[in-house]
Design a protein around this ligand. Structure first.
Ligand code: DP6
Length: 329
């Protein structure tokens, strides 16, 4: 018999080789391979309760009803699970994030991963991380990676082939001393979300085809750096990935500039730490102004202090490799 309540935790992740662009928008398949690390302690916890007689799915985020478009996205995931499970019961979804949504770490990745895991559990589908990752991917491709812990790859998809799930590369213990220091910078204008941003890149950038062609080579370097635990291999590759992605965003019509003055200052701070102080630290950015520095635990305090002192940085957060989906109730 299926349970009527399930609670699942998932963590945010940061892409070291970026996903940007889709090979199939309907199935939400990535056009390029991406590699990530799942982050402790950036946790979304989601509880789903099946409620007989409920007319529509409900979604509470941080205790308050979510925006209608967010609820619709959640209901779509639940609808797919209901179809597979042969259930008509609607659900109440409650989700909380342990980290602020404006922290520069995407809560949608941990959110849809936790939702996929909890939905499969509550509707009585088998415990299958591959199926959970595919379900999460259809909602948001970066969420497919948060289903798994440690170091993860999401391959590019061929149009029409829905069978694309995240692949485990290494568990968190493979490189437990890797650190991500997030420099949260002042918010200026509202950013273009990743979905719209990558759509614009795909439609209007003259360089999109070159990005798709070159991304597998960057991903291979990131994969090697992770396998060999070599920051001197991983670092340049992850910087290449994020810089190429942002160059693509800049080359759209109209241009998409995610950087604030404080982002540039933080990137310079990372470069200075590396070039003049010999610290092995490398920067990455996503579809927002925050700068994320990758370094070893031994350099974490120095990197965090330097970034905290960088002009316009509001605060710093530190994350390390963490686990994938966890059923906690
Ligand atoms: C810059 O996963 O949010 O964070 O699949 O359209 O929901 P959708 O996009 P999303 O894009 C994430 C883009 C990124 C890079 C990455 O995480 O790989």
């Amino acid at each position: 018999m299926s349970e009527t309540t399930a609670t699942v935790r998932a963590r945010a992740n940061i892409a070291l080789a970026k996903y940007w662009g889709k090979s199939d928008a309907a199935l939400n398949l990535p056009a390029v391979p991406s590699l990530s690390v799942t982050l402790e302690p950036m946790i979304t916890e989601t509880t789903i309760t099946l409620v007989p007689g409920l007319a529509h799915d409900e979604f509470l985020l941080g205790g308050a009803p979510a925006a209608p478009e967010e609820t619709a996205r959640v209901a779509r995931v639940l609808g797919e699970v209901r179809a597979e499970a042969g259930s008509a019961l609607r659900a109440r979804v409650r989700s909380t994030n342990s980290f602020p949504t404006a922290s520069g770490l995407a809560s949608s990745a941990s959110g849809f991963a936790a939702l996929a895991g909890a939905a499969r559990a509550v509707y009585g589908l088998p415990d299958d991380l591959r199926r959970a990752s595919i379900l999460a991917r259809r909602a948001s491709a970066s969420a497919a990676r948060s289903v798994l812990g440690g170091f993860v790859e999401l391959p590019a998809g061929r149009p029409g082939d829905d069978d694309v799930a995240a692949i485990p590369l290494h568990p968190p213990e493979h490189w437990p001393t890797l650190r991500l220091v997030v420099a949260v910078v002042s918010e200026g204008r509202k950013d273009v979300g990743s979905r719209d941003g990558m759509g614009l890149s795909q439609r209007t950038s003259p360089y999109f085809a070159a990005w798709v062609e070159g991304a597998p080579r960057i991903a291979a370097e990131v994969r090697r750096g992770l396998a060999e635990r070599r920051l001197d291999v991983l670092g340049p590759a992850l910087e290449h990935s994020f810089a190429a992605m942002h160059a693509l965003a800049l080359s759209t019509s109209p241009p998409t500039l995610y950087w604030q003055p404080a982002s540039v200052a933080a990137l310079r701070t990372v470069q200075r730490l590396r070039d003049t102080e010999g610290v092995s630290v490398f920067a990455t950015m996503d579809a927002g102004p925050h700068v994320k520095a990758v370094c070893e635990a031994a350099d974490e305090e120095r990197v965090a202090a330097a970034l905290a002192a960088s002009p316009g940085v509001l605060r710093t957060l530190v994350a390390r490799p963490g686990p994938g989906l966890e059923r906690v109730g």
